[in-house]
Design a protein. Structure first.
Length: 232
């Protein structure tokens, strides 16, 4: 079966690159390490989705397989956490998912999952593990998917505590997207660290906060920012 992969990421970043003059010829590009604008709405939307995926990973079994890809899919939105200016980068149009887990090793036994080139398409592979011991959830996953000249790589590591009514701990995520927008090649990388301090009910955040530190690099320019996302 063909993987549910639509690499439509970063059209907004391509537009931002043009606006900032971030082309191969240099233009008006800002120097690397410039402060960026933290986009709270984008962060809240993507990180809110992550909580439900983590809850399903904790449950284990076959549902943990789909939850793992859902967690990485929501992480594609982390690219919009920091922008060069005040304007939001907009929502990502990419989706990453799988119709089945027919290829490679996709093994969930009890509360431990092991993935080795797991997927339903040779061009979309997930590797890593998730493990749960009581309320302790450890995640170490990487997904690489390609569609023609476009590619998405997402790697995430988490060390979390998730009792029935809360979620605490940290996750770090690194991503790289190579795509084409309007005939212009765009290579965007991002790195995000989050610290959860949430109240949770039914796998959804009902209170508390998430501290976020993120940076995004494109056309050789890096923009960084940080903030606190509050729930509800």
């Amino acid at each position: 079966m063909k993987s549910l992969v639509a690499v439509g990421l970063f059209a907004s970043f391509a537009l931002a690159s043009v606006a900032c003059g971030s082309s191969s010829s240099g233009g008006d590009a800002k120097p690397a390490g410039m402060p960026g604008t933290f986009q709270q709405a984008s962060a809240k939307a993507s990180l809110g989705q992550s909580v439900g995926s983590i809850a399903n990973i904790k449950t284990g079994g076959s549902g943990a397989q789909s939850a793992a890809t859902s967690l990485l899919a929501s992480a594609t939105g982390y690219e919009g956490f920091v922008t060069p200016g005040a304007a939001s980068a907009g929502a990502s149009s990419s989706t990453i998912g799988m119709k089945s887990f027919a290829l490679g090793t996709c093994d969930c036994k009890g509360n431990t999952c092991t993935f080795t080139d797991c997927g339903d398409d040779p061009n979309s592979k997930m590797n890593g593990t998730t493990s749960v011991t009581g309320d302790h959830v450890v995640i170490d996953l990487k997904l690489v998917t390609t569609q023609g000249p476009q590619s998405v790589t997402i790697a995430m590591k988490c060390d979390l505590m998730m009792p029935a009514d809360g979620l605490t701990g940290t996750c770090t995520t690194d991503g790289d997207v190579k795509t084409n927008s309007g005939g212009m090649a765009v290579d965007v990388s991002f790195s995000t660290a989050v610290t959860y301090a949430l109240k949770v009910s039914g796998g959804m955040p009902t209170g508390g906060s998430i501290d976020v530190s993120s940076s995004t690099t494109y056309a050789g320019q890096t923009y960084s920012g940080s903030g606190k996302v509050m729930f509800p």
